[in-house]
Design a protein around this ligand. Sequence first.
Ligand SMILES: [Zn+2]
Length: 502
Amino acid sequence: MFPKLLRGLVPFLLISATAAPAQSDAPVTGADLRRHIEILASDDFGGRAPGTPGEQRTIDYIAEQFRARGLEPAGENGSWFQPVGLVERTTRRHQVTWIADGRALPFDQANIALQGRDAETRIGGAPVIFAGHGARLPERGIDQLAGANVEGAVVLILFEGPNVPGFPSFTQRVAAVTEAGAAVVIAITSADIQWSFITRNYQRTTTKLASQRVAPVVGAMPFEAAQALVEAAGGDFGRLLNDQPGSSFRAVTLPIRADVDVDTEVRASTTNNVVGRLRGSGSSGESLLYLGHWDHFGTCRPEGEPDRICNGAIDNASGIAVMIEVAGRLSAQPRPARDILFLATTAEELGLLGAEYFATHPVVPLPSIVAAINLDSVAIHPAGLPVAVIGRGNAPLDAAIEATVAAVGRRLDTDNEADAMATRQDGWALARLGVPAILLGGSISDMDRLNQFLAGPYHGPEDEVGPDLILDGAAEDATLLVALGRRLADPALYSPAAEGQR
Ligand SMILES: [Zn+2]
Protein backbone atom coordinates (compact mmCIF):
# COMPACT_ATOMS: atom_id res chain seq x y z
CA MET A 1 0.00 0.00 0.00
CA PHE A 2 1.12 3.54 -0.76
CA PRO A 3 1.54 5.90 2.17
CA LYS A 4 -1.33 8.36 1.92
CA LEU A 5 0.97 11.31 1.42
CA LEU A 6 2.33 9.92 -1.83
CA ARG A 7 -0.96 9.03 -3.44
CA GLY A 8 -1.20 12.28 -5.37
CA LEU A 9 2.15 11.55 -7.02
CA VAL A 10 1.16 8.22 -8.50
CA PRO A 11 0.00 9.49 -11.91
CA PHE A 12 3.35 11.25 -12.38
CA LEU A 13 5.25 8.15 -11.41
CA LEU A 14 3.27 6.16 -13.92
CA ILE A 15 4.06 8.63 -16.69
CA SER A 16 7.78 8.55 -16.04
CA ALA A 17 7.66 4.77 -15.64
CA THR A 18 7.05 4.34 -19.38
CA ALA A 19 10.73 5.26 -19.81
CA ALA A 20 11.70 2.55 -17.26
CA PRO A 21 13.02 3.72 -13.89
CA ALA A 22 16.80 3.86 -14.14
CA GLN A 23 17.42 2.77 -10.56
CA SER A 24 15.24 -0.19 -9.72
CA ASP A 25 15.54 -3.14 -7.41
CA ALA A 26 13.31 -5.39 -9.54
CA PRO A 27 14.94 -8.33 -11.35
CA VAL A 28 16.33 -7.47 -14.80
CA THR A 29 13.90 -8.52 -17.54
CA GLY A 30 14.32 -9.30 -21.21
CA ALA A 31 12.25 -6.18 -21.95
CA ASP A 32 14.72 -4.01 -19.98
CA LEU A 33 17.56 -5.35 -22.11
CA ARG A 34 15.65 -5.14 -25.40
CA ARG A 35 15.08 -1.38 -24.99
CA HIS A 36 18.85 -0.70 -25.02
CA ILE A 37 19.59 -3.23 -27.74
CA GLU A 38 16.93 -1.79 -30.07
CA ILE A 39 18.60 1.61 -29.78
CA LEU A 40 22.25 0.54 -29.88
CA ALA A 41 21.71 -1.91 -32.76
CA SER A 42 19.48 0.42 -34.79
CA ASP A 43 20.59 1.60 -38.24
CA ASP A 44 20.82 5.11 -36.72
CA PHE A 45 23.89 3.94 -34.83
CA GLY A 46 25.38 2.65 -38.09
CA GLY A 47 26.89 -0.53 -36.64
CA ARG A 48 28.94 1.39 -34.01
CA ALA A 49 32.30 1.50 -35.80
CA PRO A 50 35.02 3.44 -33.94
CA GLY A 51 35.57 6.93 -35.32
CA THR A 52 32.18 7.18 -37.08
CA PRO A 53 29.12 9.28 -36.12
CA GLY A 54 27.79 5.97 -34.73
CA GLU A 55 30.55 6.04 -32.12
CA GLN A 56 29.45 9.46 -30.86
CA ARG A 57 25.81 8.33 -30.58
CA THR A 58 26.87 5.14 -28.81
CA ILE A 59 29.21 6.64 -26.23
CA ASP A 60 26.78 9.50 -25.52
CA TYR A 61 23.98 6.97 -24.98
CA ILE A 62 26.06 4.84 -22.60
CA ALA A 63 27.28 7.87 -20.63
CA GLU A 64 23.70 9.14 -20.29
CA GLN A 65 22.47 5.70 -19.09
CA PHE A 66 25.31 5.56 -16.56
CA ARG A 67 24.49 9.08 -15.34
CA ALA A 68 20.79 8.24 -14.97
CA ARG A 69 21.77 5.32 -12.73
CA GLY A 70 23.77 7.38 -10.27
CA LEU A 71 27.23 6.59 -11.60
CA GLU A 72 29.88 9.27 -11.68
CA PRO A 73 32.22 9.87 -14.62
CA ALA A 74 35.56 8.03 -14.25
CA GLY A 75 37.23 8.81 -17.58
CA GLU A 76 39.83 11.42 -18.39
CA ASN A 77 39.66 14.94 -16.88
CA GLY A 78 36.43 14.29 -15.02
CA SER A 79 34.62 13.15 -18.18
CA TRP A 80 32.92 9.85 -19.01
CA PHE A 81 35.44 9.17 -21.76
CA GLN A 82 38.93 7.76 -22.02
CA PRO A 83 40.32 8.71 -25.46
CA VAL A 84 42.17 5.86 -27.20
CA GLY A 85 44.56 6.69 -30.05
CA LEU A 86 44.61 4.23 -32.95
CA VAL A 87 46.93 3.98 -35.96
CA GLU A 88 45.98 2.24 -39.20
CA ARG A 89 48.81 1.20 -41.48
CA THR A 90 48.82 -0.13 -45.03
CA THR A 91 52.07 -1.07 -46.82
CA ARG A 92 52.43 0.64 -50.21
CA ARG A 93 55.89 -0.51 -51.34
CA HIS A 94 58.93 -2.25 -49.91
CA GLN A 95 62.42 -3.16 -51.08
CA VAL A 96 65.19 -5.01 -49.25
CA THR A 97 68.77 -5.41 -50.43
CA TRP A 98 71.05 -7.87 -48.60
CA ILE A 99 74.75 -7.14 -48.99
CA ALA A 100 77.70 -9.48 -48.29
CA ASP A 101 81.34 -8.71 -49.18
CA GLY A 102 80.20 -5.49 -50.78
CA ARG A 103 77.89 -7.17 -53.29
CA ALA A 104 74.11 -7.51 -53.34
CA LEU A 105 72.93 -11.07 -52.80
CA PRO A 106 70.31 -12.47 -55.16
CA PHE A 107 66.94 -12.16 -53.47
CA ASP A 108 63.35 -12.37 -54.71
CA GLN A 109 61.32 -9.49 -53.16
CA ALA A 110 58.28 -11.80 -53.17
CA ASN A 111 60.02 -13.70 -50.34
CA ILE A 112 59.60 -10.94 -47.79
CA ALA A 113 56.57 -9.11 -46.37
CA LEU A 114 57.12 -5.85 -44.51
CA GLN A 115 55.17 -3.10 -42.81
CA GLY A 116 56.59 0.25 -41.75
CA ARG A 117 55.66 2.23 -38.67
CA ASP A 118 56.07 5.64 -40.30
CA ALA A 119 55.11 6.89 -43.77
CA GLU A 120 58.65 6.55 -45.13
CA THR A 121 61.41 4.35 -43.71
CA ARG A 122 64.91 4.28 -45.21
CA ILE A 123 67.45 2.10 -43.41
CA GLY A 124 70.94 1.79 -44.89
CA GLY A 125 73.68 -0.77 -44.15
CA ALA A 126 72.06 -2.19 -41.01
CA PRO A 127 73.70 -5.21 -39.35
CA VAL A 128 71.71 -8.45 -39.61
CA ILE A 129 71.31 -10.62 -36.52
CA PHE A 130 69.81 -14.09 -36.16
CA ALA A 131 68.38 -14.18 -32.62
CA GLY A 132 66.87 -17.68 -32.45
CA HIS A 133 63.40 -17.21 -30.99
CA GLY A 134 64.24 -13.73 -29.69
CA ALA A 135 63.24 -14.92 -26.22
CA ARG A 136 64.20 -12.91 -23.18
CA LEU A 137 63.13 -14.40 -19.84
CA PRO A 138 65.74 -13.31 -17.27
CA GLU A 139 63.94 -14.96 -14.34
CA ARG A 140 64.56 -18.32 -16.07
CA GLY A 141 68.06 -17.52 -17.25
CA ILE A 142 67.00 -17.18 -20.91
CA ASP A 143 68.37 -14.23 -22.89
CA GLN A 144 68.77 -14.99 -26.57
CA LEU A 145 69.62 -11.34 -27.31
CA ALA A 146 72.55 -11.29 -24.89
CA GLY A 147 75.86 -10.16 -26.34
CA ALA A 148 74.42 -8.86 -29.65
CA ASN A 149 74.13 -5.18 -30.49
CA VAL A 150 70.48 -5.16 -31.49
CA GLU A 151 70.19 -1.35 -31.62
CA GLY A 152 69.38 -0.33 -35.22
CA ALA A 153 69.77 -3.90 -36.51
CA VAL A 154 67.65 -6.14 -38.71
CA VAL A 155 66.77 -9.01 -36.36
CA LEU A 156 65.54 -12.37 -37.68
CA ILE A 157 63.63 -14.58 -35.23
CA LEU A 158 61.84 -17.90 -35.60
CA PHE A 159 58.08 -17.40 -35.57
CA GLU A 160 57.25 -20.70 -33.94
CA GLY A 161 58.42 -21.19 -30.36
CA PRO A 162 59.13 -24.50 -28.62
CA ASN A 163 56.14 -26.11 -26.95
CA VAL A 164 57.39 -25.41 -23.43
CA PRO A 165 55.01 -24.08 -20.76
CA GLY A 166 55.80 -20.46 -19.93
CA PHE A 167 57.89 -19.89 -23.08
CA PRO A 168 57.15 -16.33 -24.29
CA SER A 169 54.58 -15.96 -27.07
CA PHE A 170 55.57 -14.59 -30.47
CA THR A 171 54.06 -11.21 -29.52
CA GLN A 172 56.12 -11.11 -26.30
CA ARG A 173 59.29 -12.05 -28.18
CA VAL A 174 58.70 -9.32 -30.80
CA ALA A 175 58.16 -6.86 -27.94
CA ALA A 176 61.47 -7.89 -26.34
CA VAL A 177 63.39 -7.44 -29.61
CA THR A 178 61.64 -4.09 -30.22
CA GLU A 179 62.43 -2.95 -26.67
CA ALA A 180 66.09 -3.79 -27.33
CA GLY A 181 66.06 -1.22 -30.14
CA ALA A 182 65.84 -3.30 -33.32
CA ALA A 183 65.11 -1.29 -36.49
CA VAL A 184 63.54 -4.26 -38.27
CA VAL A 185 62.06 -7.43 -36.75
CA ILE A 186 61.51 -10.26 -39.23
CA ALA A 187 59.72 -13.49 -38.34
CA ILE A 188 61.01 -16.60 -40.09
CA THR A 189 57.88 -18.67 -40.71
CA SER A 190 57.99 -22.45 -40.74
CA ALA A 191 57.32 -24.55 -43.81
CA ASP A 192 53.89 -25.66 -42.60
CA ILE A 193 52.50 -22.11 -42.82
CA GLN A 194 51.51 -21.20 -46.38
CA TRP A 195 53.55 -18.18 -47.44
CA SER A 196 50.62 -16.75 -49.46
CA PHE A 197 48.59 -16.66 -46.22
CA ILE A 198 51.29 -14.50 -44.61
CA THR A 199 51.63 -12.12 -47.57
CA ARG A 200 47.85 -11.67 -47.74
CA ASN A 201 47.90 -10.66 -44.08
CA TYR A 202 50.64 -8.12 -44.72
CA GLN A 203 48.66 -6.63 -47.62
CA ARG A 204 45.78 -5.87 -45.26
CA THR A 205 45.45 -2.71 -43.24
CA THR A 206 46.32 -3.25 -39.59
CA THR A 207 45.10 -1.22 -36.62
CA LYS A 208 47.19 -0.84 -33.47
CA LEU A 209 47.14 1.35 -30.41
CA ALA A 210 49.05 4.58 -30.99
CA SER A 211 50.56 4.01 -27.53
CA GLN A 212 52.03 0.63 -28.49
CA ARG A 213 55.77 0.67 -29.13
CA VAL A 214 56.46 -0.88 -32.52
CA ALA A 215 59.76 -1.30 -34.37
CA PRO A 216 60.27 1.00 -37.40
CA VAL A 217 59.71 -2.06 -39.62
CA VAL A 218 58.20 -5.49 -38.92
CA GLY A 219 57.94 -8.34 -41.36
CA ALA A 220 58.20 -12.00 -42.22
CA MET A 221 60.06 -14.32 -44.58
CA PRO A 222 59.69 -18.04 -45.33
CA PHE A 223 62.14 -20.49 -43.79
CA GLU A 224 63.71 -21.52 -47.11
CA ALA A 225 64.38 -17.89 -48.06
CA ALA A 226 66.14 -17.26 -44.74
CA GLN A 227 68.14 -20.43 -45.21
CA ALA A 228 69.15 -19.45 -48.78
CA LEU A 229 70.13 -15.98 -47.58
CA VAL A 230 72.41 -17.24 -44.81
CA GLU A 231 73.98 -19.77 -47.16
CA ALA A 232 74.52 -17.19 -49.94
CA ALA A 233 76.53 -15.21 -47.40
CA GLY A 234 78.66 -18.27 -46.66
CA GLY A 235 76.90 -19.31 -43.45
CA ASP A 236 75.28 -22.59 -42.44
CA PHE A 237 71.71 -22.12 -41.31
CA GLY A 238 71.43 -25.71 -40.10
CA ARG A 239 74.40 -25.19 -37.75
CA LEU A 240 72.97 -21.87 -36.57
CA LEU A 241 69.81 -23.68 -35.58
CA ASN A 242 71.43 -26.74 -34.04
CA ASP A 243 74.82 -25.72 -32.66
CA GLN A 244 73.50 -24.02 -29.57
CA PRO A 245 71.05 -26.07 -27.56
CA GLY A 246 67.74 -24.56 -26.38
CA SER A 247 67.74 -21.92 -23.73
CA SER A 248 71.48 -21.18 -23.84
CA PHE A 249 71.19 -19.87 -27.42
CA ARG A 250 72.87 -16.51 -28.02
CA ALA A 251 72.16 -14.19 -30.97
CA VAL A 252 74.58 -14.41 -33.91
CA THR A 253 75.54 -11.44 -36.09
CA LEU A 254 75.54 -12.63 -39.72
CA PRO A 255 78.14 -11.49 -42.28
CA ILE A 256 75.38 -9.51 -44.04
CA ARG A 257 74.18 -5.91 -44.07
CA ALA A 258 70.76 -4.75 -45.23
CA ASP A 259 69.20 -1.73 -46.93
CA VAL A 260 65.48 -1.53 -46.21
CA ASP A 261 62.99 0.89 -47.83
CA VAL A 262 59.31 0.83 -46.88
CA ASP A 263 56.50 3.21 -47.80
CA THR A 264 53.41 2.94 -45.63
CA GLU A 265 50.09 4.72 -45.59
CA VAL A 266 49.57 5.78 -41.97
CA ARG A 267 46.27 7.09 -40.61
CA ALA A 268 45.84 8.14 -36.98
CA SER A 269 42.45 8.47 -35.27
CA THR A 270 40.93 8.72 -31.82
CA THR A 271 38.14 6.63 -30.33
CA ASN A 272 36.83 6.34 -26.75
CA ASN A 273 36.28 3.98 -23.86
CA VAL A 274 33.38 5.02 -21.58
CA VAL A 275 34.04 4.70 -17.83
CA GLY A 276 31.62 5.19 -14.93
CA ARG A 277 32.01 4.58 -11.22
CA LEU A 278 29.53 3.60 -8.55
CA ARG A 279 31.14 4.97 -5.42
CA GLY A 280 31.40 2.41 -2.61
CA SER A 281 30.63 3.10 1.03
CA GLY A 282 34.13 2.18 2.21
CA SER A 283 37.56 3.65 1.65
CA SER A 284 39.68 0.61 0.73
CA GLY A 285 40.59 2.13 -2.63
CA GLU A 286 39.65 -1.20 -4.22
CA SER A 287 37.32 -1.65 -7.17
CA LEU A 288 35.30 -4.33 -8.87
CA LEU A 289 35.19 -3.88 -12.66
CA TYR A 290 32.47 -4.79 -15.15
CA LEU A 291 33.42 -4.39 -18.79
CA GLY A 292 31.93 -4.99 -22.22
CA HIS A 293 32.74 -3.67 -25.68
CA TRP A 294 30.47 -1.16 -27.39
CA ASP A 295 32.06 -1.27 -30.84
CA HIS A 296 31.16 -3.31 -33.88
CA PHE A 297 31.93 -3.31 -37.62
CA GLY A 298 29.79 -0.43 -38.94
CA THR A 299 29.14 -0.54 -42.68
CA CYS A 300 30.49 -3.98 -43.43
CA ARG A 301 29.15 -4.85 -46.88
CA PRO A 302 29.91 -3.24 -50.27
CA GLU A 303 27.60 -0.83 -52.05
CA GLY A 304 24.71 -2.57 -53.74
CA GLU A 305 24.18 -5.21 -51.04
CA PRO A 306 20.66 -5.13 -49.60
CA ASP A 307 21.83 -4.86 -45.95
CA ARG A 308 25.20 -3.20 -45.52
CA ILE A 309 25.20 -2.55 -41.77
CA CYS A 310 26.59 -4.97 -39.20
CA ASN A 311 24.34 -3.83 -36.33
CA GLY A 312 25.89 -6.04 -33.65
CA ALA A 313 22.73 -6.67 -31.63
CA ILE A 314 24.12 -9.75 -29.88
CA ASP A 315 27.79 -8.73 -30.35
CA ASN A 316 27.77 -6.65 -28.24
CA ALA A 317 24.75 -4.38 -27.74
CA SER A 318 23.52 -7.23 -25.52
CA GLY A 319 26.54 -7.05 -23.20
CA ILE A 320 26.24 -3.25 -22.91
CA ALA A 321 22.50 -3.61 -22.15
CA VAL A 322 23.27 -6.07 -19.34
CA MET A 323 26.01 -3.80 -17.98
CA ILE A 324 23.65 -0.78 -17.88
CA GLU A 325 20.91 -2.75 -16.10
CA VAL A 326 23.35 -4.37 -13.65
CA ALA A 327 24.67 -0.87 -12.84
CA GLY A 328 21.11 0.30 -12.16
CA ARG A 329 20.36 -2.60 -9.80
CA LEU A 330 23.62 -2.25 -7.87
CA SER A 331 23.01 1.47 -7.59
CA ALA A 332 19.49 0.99 -6.22
CA GLN A 333 20.65 -1.32 -3.41
CA PRO A 334 22.66 -0.29 -0.34
CA ARG A 335 26.17 0.54 -1.54
CA PRO A 336 28.79 -2.19 -1.01
CA ALA A 337 32.11 -1.04 0.45
CA ARG A 338 34.21 -1.29 -2.70
CA ASP A 339 33.85 1.00 -5.71
CA ILE A 340 32.37 -0.59 -8.81
CA LEU A 341 33.71 0.52 -12.20
CA PHE A 342 31.76 0.08 -15.44
CA LEU A 343 33.88 0.15 -18.59
CA ALA A 344 32.45 0.14 -22.11
CA THR A 345 35.46 -0.55 -24.33
CA THR A 346 36.14 0.48 -27.90
CA ALA A 347 37.91 -1.40 -30.72
CA GLU A 348 37.44 -4.90 -29.32
CA GLU A 349 36.68 -6.10 -32.82
CA LEU A 350 40.07 -4.74 -33.96
CA GLY A 351 41.90 -6.91 -31.39
CA LEU A 352 40.82 -6.01 -27.82
CA LEU A 353 42.45 -2.58 -28.32
CA GLY A 354 40.24 -0.49 -26.01
CA ALA A 355 40.62 -3.04 -23.19
CA GLU A 356 44.36 -3.22 -23.86
CA TYR A 357 44.56 0.57 -23.59
CA PHE A 358 42.63 0.56 -20.32
CA ALA A 359 44.83 -2.24 -18.96
CA THR A 360 47.98 -0.24 -19.74
CA HIS A 361 46.45 3.14 -18.76
CA PRO A 362 44.05 2.14 -15.97
CA VAL A 363 42.00 4.84 -14.22
CA VAL A 364 42.80 3.11 -10.89
CA PRO A 365 45.95 1.07 -10.14
CA LEU A 366 45.53 -2.41 -11.69
CA PRO A 367 46.33 -4.27 -8.44
CA SER A 368 43.40 -2.44 -6.77
CA ILE A 369 40.95 -4.15 -9.17
CA VAL A 370 39.77 -7.16 -7.17
CA ALA A 371 38.03 -8.82 -10.13
CA ALA A 372 36.94 -8.03 -13.69
CA ILE A 373 33.74 -9.42 -15.20
CA ASN A 374 33.44 -9.22 -18.99
CA LEU A 375 30.09 -9.23 -20.79
CA ASP A 376 30.14 -10.25 -24.44
CA SER A 377 27.48 -11.62 -26.78
CA VAL A 378 25.21 -12.70 -23.95
CA ALA A 379 21.83 -12.92 -25.73
CA ILE A 380 21.82 -16.29 -27.48
CA HIS A 381 20.30 -18.64 -24.90
CA PRO A 382 17.14 -19.44 -22.97
CA ALA A 383 16.93 -19.34 -19.18
CA GLY A 384 17.72 -22.46 -17.18
CA LEU A 385 21.17 -23.31 -18.54
CA PRO A 386 24.06 -24.00 -16.17
CA VAL A 387 26.58 -21.22 -15.53
CA ALA A 388 29.88 -21.68 -17.37
CA VAL A 389 32.94 -19.60 -16.50
CA ILE A 390 35.93 -18.47 -18.55
CA GLY A 391 38.86 -17.87 -16.21
CA ARG A 392 38.35 -20.43 -13.45
CA GLY A 393 41.37 -21.39 -11.37
CA ASN A 394 41.58 -18.46 -8.98
CA ALA A 395 40.53 -20.06 -5.70
CA PRO A 396 38.86 -17.13 -3.87
CA LEU A 397 37.07 -16.02 -7.05
CA ASP A 398 35.97 -19.58 -7.86
CA ALA A 399 34.55 -19.88 -4.33
CA ALA A 400 32.67 -16.58 -4.66
CA ILE A 401 31.19 -17.67 -7.99
CA GLU A 402 30.15 -21.07 -6.61
CA ALA A 403 28.45 -19.50 -3.59
CA THR A 404 26.59 -16.97 -5.75
CA VAL A 405 25.48 -19.51 -8.34
CA ALA A 406 24.06 -21.66 -5.53
CA ALA A 407 22.41 -18.65 -3.86
CA VAL A 408 20.47 -17.76 -7.03
CA GLY A 409 19.43 -21.39 -7.43
CA ARG A 410 21.50 -22.25 -10.48
CA ARG A 411 24.01 -24.94 -11.35
CA LEU A 412 27.69 -24.50 -12.28
CA ASP A 413 29.07 -25.92 -15.54
CA THR A 414 32.60 -27.05 -14.63
CA ASP A 415 33.88 -28.59 -17.88
CA ASN A 416 35.92 -25.44 -18.71
CA GLU A 417 35.11 -25.93 -22.43
CA ALA A 418 34.55 -22.20 -22.84
CA ASP A 419 38.19 -21.47 -21.94
CA ALA A 420 38.88 -22.03 -25.64
CA MET A 421 37.52 -18.48 -26.06
CA ALA A 422 39.65 -17.00 -23.26
CA THR A 423 42.03 -14.98 -25.43
CA ARG A 424 39.27 -13.80 -27.77
CA GLN A 425 37.52 -11.54 -25.27
CA ASP A 426 38.34 -8.25 -23.58
CA GLY A 427 38.93 -9.83 -20.16
CA TRP A 428 42.12 -11.31 -21.58
CA ALA A 429 43.75 -7.85 -21.79
CA LEU A 430 43.39 -7.63 -17.98
CA ALA A 431 44.02 -11.31 -17.16
CA ARG A 432 47.37 -11.09 -18.97
CA LEU A 433 48.43 -8.43 -16.47
CA GLY A 434 47.34 -10.39 -13.40
CA VAL A 435 43.80 -9.07 -12.81
CA PRO A 436 41.44 -11.92 -11.84
CA ALA A 437 39.18 -11.78 -14.90
CA ILE A 438 36.13 -13.87 -15.73
CA LEU A 439 33.31 -14.11 -18.23
CA LEU A 440 30.37 -16.19 -17.08
CA GLY A 441 26.80 -17.19 -17.79
CA GLY A 442 24.57 -19.54 -19.71
CA SER A 443 25.68 -18.11 -23.07
CA ILE A 444 28.97 -20.02 -22.91
CA SER A 445 27.58 -23.21 -21.39
CA ASP A 446 25.94 -24.84 -24.41
CA MET A 447 28.78 -25.08 -26.95
CA ASP A 448 26.50 -26.27 -29.76
CA ARG A 449 24.39 -23.17 -29.31
CA LEU A 450 27.44 -20.89 -29.17
CA ASN A 451 28.94 -22.50 -32.28
CA GLN A 452 25.63 -22.10 -34.06
CA PHE A 453 25.79 -18.37 -33.38
CA LEU A 454 29.44 -18.18 -34.47
CA ALA A 455 28.68 -20.03 -37.71
CA GLY A 456 25.47 -18.02 -38.24
CA PRO A 457 24.70 -14.34 -37.69
CA TYR A 458 28.03 -13.62 -35.92
CA HIS A 459 29.91 -10.67 -37.48
CA GLY A 460 27.40 -10.33 -40.31
CA PRO A 461 24.42 -8.05 -41.10
CA GLU A 462 22.16 -10.80 -39.69
CA ASP A 463 23.26 -10.03 -36.12
CA GLU A 464 20.39 -7.58 -35.66
CA VAL A 465 17.22 -7.32 -33.58
CA GLY A 466 15.31 -10.39 -34.77
CA PRO A 467 14.63 -14.02 -34.00
CA ASP A 468 18.28 -14.81 -33.15
CA LEU A 469 18.17 -12.39 -30.24
CA ILE A 470 17.13 -14.42 -27.17
CA LEU A 471 16.86 -12.48 -23.92
CA ASP A 472 15.51 -14.86 -21.26
CA GLY A 473 18.92 -16.33 -20.46
CA ALA A 474 20.60 -12.91 -20.54
CA ALA A 475 18.06 -11.56 -18.01
CA GLU A 476 18.62 -14.56 -15.75
CA ASP A 477 22.40 -14.11 -16.06
CA ALA A 478 21.98 -10.41 -15.20
CA THR A 479 20.38 -11.34 -11.87
CA LEU A 480 23.35 -13.61 -11.15
CA LEU A 481 25.77 -10.82 -12.15
CA VAL A 482 24.09 -8.39 -9.73
CA ALA A 483 24.37 -10.90 -6.87
CA LEU A 484 27.97 -11.70 -7.79
CA GLY A 485 28.81 -8.00 -7.93
CA ARG A 486 27.43 -7.43 -4.45
CA ARG A 487 29.55 -10.28 -3.13
CA LEU A 488 32.77 -9.29 -4.91
CA ALA A 489 32.39 -5.64 -3.87
CA ASP A 490 32.14 -6.64 -0.21
CA PRO A 491 35.54 -7.13 1.49
CA ALA A 492 33.87 -9.24 4.18
CA LEU A 493 32.73 -11.77 1.55
CA TYR A 494 35.61 -11.73 -0.94
CA SER A 495 39.28 -10.89 -0.88
CA PRO A 496 41.35 -11.60 -3.97
CA ALA A 497 44.28 -14.01 -4.05
CA ALA A 498 47.69 -12.50 -3.41
CA GLU A 499 49.64 -11.73 -6.59
CA GLY A 500 51.74 -14.88 -6.35
CA GLN A 501 48.67 -17.12 -6.26
CA ARG A 502 47.13 -15.74 -9.44
ZN1 LIG B 1 32.75 -9.59 -32.38
